[in-house]
Design a protein. Structure first.
Length: 190
């Protein structure tokens, strides 16, 4: 009798475990069915979007193949481009006029020609080679930048570029030149 009771208990626990597994499996199936339905709905929405885009592309093709509306659109666009070009030219003229006024007010500081002092060895900033090299020492003045300095030397017949000045002065920051700062201007190679 005890054996039957033990078998009966084992059988009832097995059935309960099987039912619990069936319930868990059913929940997973329901969850998967919901996700599949969501994917199908999203696919339907995408199909509608694709259909709308295909229709729009077809309309654009039809419009681009039509000669009347297309040439009118092109003419309007050309007129707008010409109007923009006129406005840009007017803006450029105004800017040049203002720069001219600033040049007159500021004196000759932006267009001044520097007179460099000639030395035969490298300045304390050193040259890129570190040894003796022909060149010029220049003392930065108010309103100077590397382009102005290089142009002043070129105007005096010394062919030098801003890149050459930067290479001859390691660590020089061209955006923060200080008045009185000495920089080395390399002489052109013979």
């Amino acid at each position: 009798m005890k054996r039957i009771l033990v078998w009966f208990l084992i059988l009832s626990f097995s059935l309960a475990a099987a039912r619990a597994q069936d319930d868990a499996t059913q929940q997973q199936i329901n969850k998967l069915n919901g996700q599949i339905q969501d994917l199908l709905d999203a696919q339907a929405v995408q199909a509608k979007r694709i259909t709308a885009l295909e229709k729009e592309i077809s309309e654009l093709r039809d419009k681009s193949n039509g000669s009347g509306a297309n040439s009118d659109d092109l003419q309007k666009l050309a007129d707008q481009v010409q109007e923009l070009a006129k406005k840009q030219q007017a803006d450029n003229d105004l800017i040049l006029k203002e720069i001219g006024k600033l040049g007159k007010v500021g004196g000759s500081s932006s267009g001044r020609k520097s007179t460099p002092s000639v030395t035969t060895n490298a300045a304390t900033g050193g040259s890129s080679t570190g040894g003796k090299e022909g060149g010029y020492e220049y003392k930065v003045a108010a309103g100077d930048n590397l382009s102005i300095i290089a142009k002043a030397y070129r105007d005096q017949g010394i062919k030098v570029t801003t890149d050459q000045i930067l290479k001859a002065n390691p660590g020089l920051n061209p955006n923060s030149l200080k008045v009185g700062q000495k920089i080395f201007i390399p002489a052109p190679a013979p």
